[in-house]
Design a protein around this ligand. Structure first.
Ligand SMILES: [Zn+2]
Length: 435
């Protein structure tokens, strides 16, 4: 083999078959071999783990329009520091929200200018834009996101079953996946009203307004609709093992459905939400320690397909209300995506599968993304097993708010390479251009 651009040598590489002590040879931004060859530049990865860059299929950067919440520059820098080399951005918090081809192109242009990770974009399914889904598909949307419950953003309303069914049927025609925020609006509204009538404003009041039954009911309904429409369904941020069981049951009936969970459900519990307050507010809410243990067991059993950060930031002014129901629901966490999963006790191979290979496969980005096999983009993360503490001063987020400040993590990320380079701009990814 002639001299290559870059050789990563001496590290433990996490490949789809397991960990292997082997070099990685890189030419023109792609993995070209796993043998010792001459290279223009060598990275000494002795004592380091080398994982494929994460494909974080769940981030909210909120730009254009709400760049003051986060923005592509700070958001992508934080994601990259957390081990992601590709992200898929959610359609709801930008202005305009990503509900037609014009909004899609506007967001793509901002991201091409500012992102330091490769990126794809979700289009939205809402009652407002069912006639725009085909143009979103043609524009290169990776898939569609819908809410069964209020999204928190008035210009991105939730979908009732009839709307969801129509949206899923269109997505199925394109072969694109639909990701769903599954919580049942009716029971949550009813419980919330009862609690509010009694003057409830606390974290525990909020927790009791969204018990797991409200999540399970929505997951069942979403799976039934996906079965009817033959749509590829991805349930995002599943918070409890019972939710994974519902998804397994649907799969056994032949529904093409996968599950995502998030680091915060694996390292924080409902008691942490009480202790930490607004920075730890999310929906579905954090669950009990028993459920967390059950969810981790589901991961070890191979019953959870993907993990995304659900990085969902907001300005400090929206994270301070003494009435917990009025606090913005969303956790900032993309900067510690991979270290948090080590902290939760996942193995390097599990982490590589759940954050890289499986999301890349599910979203049609594999084999270009998702592994360090020959032919893939040379997206990789160098990780050292060394205790490290999350410090506020090191956060890249526009707003230095996260429930993880002060947490001790078992690893630190040394560097993240995108297509063989330590710095540089991200590129647009779409299922139309995945090889
Ligand atoms: Zn989200």
């Amino acid at each position: 083999m002639p001299k290559v651009d870059l050789l990563v040598r001496g590290g433990t590489i996490v490949l789809p078959g397991g960990e292997k002590k082997t070099p990685v040879a890189i030419q023109h931004g792609k993995v070209v071999g796993h043998a010792e060859v001459e290279a223009c530049q060598v990275i000494d990865a002795t004592d380091l783990l080398v994982l494929p860059g994460a494909v974080d299929a769940h981030v909210h950067y909120n730009e254009p329009g709400r760049g003051d919440w986060e923005g592509w520059e700070t958001g992508s820098r934080a994601s990259r520091a957390g081990g992601a080399t590709s992200v898929v951005e959610m359609p709801l918090n930008a202005q305009p929200p990503t509900l037609d081809a014009d909004a899609f192109q506007k967001k793509r242009a901002v991201a091409e200018n500012k992102s330091c990770v490769d990126f794809a974009l979700w289009g939205g399914i809402t009652p407002l834009n069912l006639d725009k889904l085909e143009e979103l598909g043609r524009a290169g949307a990776i898939g569609f996101k819908a809410f069964m419950v209020d999204s928190g953003t008035p210009d991105f309303p939730g979908s009732n079953p009839a709307t969801l069914k129509k949206g899923m049927a269109t997505a199925a025609k394109f072969g694109l996946p639909v990701s769903i925020h599954a919580e049942s609006p009716g029971p949550i509204r009813q419980r919330t009203e009862e609690i509010r009538k009694k003057g409830g404003t606390s974290v525990r009041d909020y927790l009791s307004s969204r018990p797991i039954e409200t999540e399970l009911e929505a997951i069942r309904l979403a799976c039934d609709l996906a079965g009817d429409t033959r749509c590829r369904l991805h349930i995002v941020h599943v918070s409890c093992p019972e939710g994974i069981e519902e998804i397994q049951k649907a799969r056994q009936r032949g529904v093409d459905v996968t599950a995502e969970t998030c680091p915060h459900y694996l390292v924080l519990t409902d008691e942490d939400m009480v202790r930490l307050g607004p920075p730890a507010k999310c929906a579905p809410p954090l669950r009990s320690a028993v459920m967390q243990k059950g969810l981790l067991q589901k991961i070890h059993n191979g019953e959870v397909e993907t993990i995304g950060s659900d990085h969902s930031p907001a300005p400090g002014s929206m994270k301070t209300d003494p009435d917990f129901f009025k606090v913005w629901g969303g956790i900032s966490g993309c900067q510690h995506l991979l270290p948090l999963l080590f902290s939760a006790g996942l193995s390097p191979l599990e982490i590589a599968k759940l954050t890289s290979e499986n999301p890349a496969r599910r979203l049609g980005l594999h084999p270009r993304k998702g592994s360090l096999e020959v032919g893939a983009d040379a997206d990789f993360v160098l990780i050292r097993r060394q205790a490290t503490q999350v410090k506020e001063s090191e956060l890249h987020y526009r707003h230095k708010i996260t429930p993880f400040i002060g947490m001790n993590l078992p690893v630190r990320i040394e560097d993240t390479y995108l297509r063989g380079r330590k710095s540089g701009r991200g590129r647009f990814l779409s299922p139309l251009s995945s090889s």
